[in-house]
Design a protein around this ligand. Structure first.
Ligand SMILES: N[C@@H](CCC(=O)N[C@@H](CS)C(=O)NCC(=O)O)C(=O)O
Length: 209
């Protein structure tokens, strides 16, 4: 059975859970508690030398980087479901996964770090940093809204792992206090993605079937 090492508090783990649920793949969630430093244990470092979660193990393959895992699952188990079969849709999906990792997730997730995570870890709320994070997140939000004005999903006409990845980042912006409702096309797309079983099921519990 597929093993997923991570924790549901982590957006990157939730992305992978969402894809596994969409594909109906049974998996075992092995909780790596980041608060206790479990990511630095020798056994975990053997799977993921970067000491980050998530890591997915499928047979003798151990793979890390959440967007690489999403692509692996889509290509291996989800062709025509989580990644389009045409060259155009397939590469648009890859393009947005790369954009998410390199351009989108950082500024989109920053409001959550500043407003939620850092205070949870005992730091006082930095209002100036929060204001700046909200301003910086407008850049990727504008890009997404422009694209989603022209097509229903990031990969093109159908839902894909790119939507799973980017919706989780937009969720972190919102949790970090951003009102994204002025972006009509993002709002329409986000409602469609978050209504799906994968998105809903990924936030239920730490246990998997
Ligand atoms: N680019 C990585 C980022 C993974 C990542 O930052 N994971 C965080 C949890 S959301 C983590 O494991 N942090 C542990 C640490 O920094 O010690 C991915 O997409 O998988």
């Amino acid at each position: 059975m597929i093993k997923l090492y991570g924790m549901t508090l982590s957006a990157h783990t939730r992305k992978v859970q969402s894809a596994l649920i969409e594909l109906g793949l049974p998996y075992e969630l092995i909780v790596i508690d980041l608060m206790t430093g479990a990511q630095h244990s020798p056994d975990y470092l053997a799977l993921n030398p970067g000491a980050k979660t998530p890591t997915l193990v499928d047979g003798d393959l151990a793979i890390f980087e959440s967007n690489a895992i999403l692509l692996y699952l889509a290509e291996t188990y989800g062709k025509g479901r989580l990644i389009g079969e045409s060259v155009k849709e397939r590469w648009q999906t890859v393009q947005w996964l790369v954009w998410s990792a390199s351009e989108g997730h950082g500024p989109l997730s920053r409001p959550w770090y500043v407003k939620i995570l850092f205070p949870m870890m005992g730091q006082p709320l930095d209002e100036a940093a929060l204001t700046k994070s909200h301003a910086d997140a407008q850049v990727p939000l504008k890009i997404l809204d422009r694209v989603l004005a022209k097509q229903p999903y990031l990969g093109g006409s159908s839902f894909s792992v790119a939507d799973i990845a980017v919706a989780e980042s937009v969720f972190l912006s919102q949790w970090g206090g951003m009102d994204t409702s002025e972006y009509a096309h993002i709002s329409r797309w986000f409602a469609a993605v978050t209504a799906r079983d994968g998105y809903k099921g990924s936030r239920l519990s730490q246990r998997a079937s």
